[in-house]
Design a protein around this ligand. Structure first.
Ligand SMILES: [Zn+2]
Length: 118
């Protein structure tokens, strides 16, 4: 994250909106509530997080306590979690298939069945 800008324009904005917290990317205080877009932002809204957008650099973010959460970071995290869940599901499926085959082999090798085969 970059340091907030300390240009004269930023100082004027700070004087104009003293209570507004600056944009984490460019330091502008032209940060406003933003409409929710897509599933992730609606899910964040359910958690009580309010979307904000910087009118200077168009960064979309939300704040959680003292932390800034960027929408792009949250989307990347969810993509990685989805990939991990997919890999785990595939692993579980192949383990289930292995157990099923070994149980099938065990039942084929059972003495009762061997007697029937003769
Ligand atoms: Zn900005």
């Amino acid at each position: 994250m970059r340091e907030p800008a300390t240009s004269p324009a930023a100082a004027a904005e700070a004087a104009e909106h003293p209570s507004r917290r600056p944009c984490p990317r460019c330091g502008s205080r032209r940060v406003y509530r933003s409409h929710r877009r897509g599933f992730i932002e609606h899910a964040l809204a359910l958690l009580g997080l309010k979307m904000r957008r910087c009118h200077a650099c168009h960064l979309r973010f939300t704040r959680l306590g003292g932390s800034v959460l960027l929408v792009s970071d949250i989307e990347r995290l969810l993509r990685r979690l989805a990939l991990a869940a997919l890999v785990l599901a595939g692993l579980a499926l192949s383990l289930a298939a292995m157990f099923w085959f070994s149980a099938r082999q065990a039942s084929l090798a059972a003495p009762g069945l061997l007697v029937l085969g003769r």
